[in-house]
Design a protein around this ligand. Structure first.
Ligand SMILES: O=C[C@H](O)COP(=O)(O)O
Length: 248
């Protein structure tokens, strides 16, 4: 039985003060649920939010990292730095990073390997554009992303990996993939993992859906056989919405 995982991706929202206020409103949400709750906050807020989460079940996530532990990479943050703060998860390869910051399947793979090495669980994002879906090549695109992201990831490490399927056309647009389409792709991702790691591991890996997840559509998505959680953008910024999503 896979434990559901719902992660809020704040993106470039919330100052430290705003973040603390939000976390104070939501931090008890993980107390009475079987859902694993994660907040992925801006780098500048990680330390303060970590303090705020002490004694709660809410996990802390970052939104990116470099794969090297240190070096001349101005503006970057290393896995060692994240580990020092006590970060549990890191989002890797979000489509916004692929689109605006030239992340590639190769850099995603390097980051995944590095995160696992330092004991940080990667949430690996994959997903197709609208154009790719209209050309019916969405499965080819996603399978290529998955295979490269997981290159040299051991079976043991795979149990610490979370995948997030986020069709790019559904992010921040209010358009959600139908629960059936989302489940269809997520089942396909699980099959791809099964091909590489076998049935047992493929049945344990958690795969989220992301893209305009809101309180009104989360239940239908979570009722699907292969959807194990959600990566939530906009709706994670409002305490009430995020709480309602976690309590789907
Ligand atoms: O990481 C989260 C996704 O990009 C989804 O964002 P959204 O819920 O605002 O569509």
């Amino acid at each position: 039985m896979r434990k559901p995982i719902i992660a809020g991706n704040w993106k470039m929202h919330n100052t430290i003060e705003e973040g603390i206020k939000l976390v104070r409103e939501i931090k008890s949400v993980a107390d009475n649920t079987d859902v694993e709750v994660v907040v992925c906050v801006p780098f500048t807020s990680l330390s303060e939010i970590k303090k705020e989460l002490q004694g709660t079940k809410v996990k802390l996530g970052a939104q990116n990292m470099h794969w090297e532990e240190k070096g001349a990479y101005t503006g970057e943050i290393s896995p060692v730095m994240l580990k020092e703060i006590g970060v549990d998860y890191v989002i890797i390869g979000h489509s916004e990073r692929r689109q605006y910051f030239n992340e590639t399947d190769e850099t995603v793979n390097k980051k995944v390997i590095s995160a696992l090495k330092y004991g940080i669980k990667p949430i690996i994002c994959v997903g197709e554009t609208l154009e790719q879906r209209e050309k019916n090549i969405e499965k080819d695109v996603v399978s290529k992303q998955i295979i490269k992201a997981l290159e040299n990831v051991s079976a043991e490490d795979m149990l610490n990996v979370v995948i997030a399927y986020e069709p790019i056309w559904a992010i921040g647009t209010g358009k959600t993939a139908s629960s059936k389409d989302a489940n269809d792709m997520i089942s396909f991702i699980r099959e791809t993992i099964r091909g590489k790691y076998g049935v047992d591991i493929s049945e344990e890996v958690r795969i989220q859906y992301g893209g305009s997840v809101k309180p009104h559509n989360v239940t239908e998505l979570m009722n699907e056989s292969d959807i194990d959680g959600a990566l939530v953008g906009g709706a994670s910024l409002k305490a009430e919405d995020f709480i309602n999503i976690v309590n789907f």
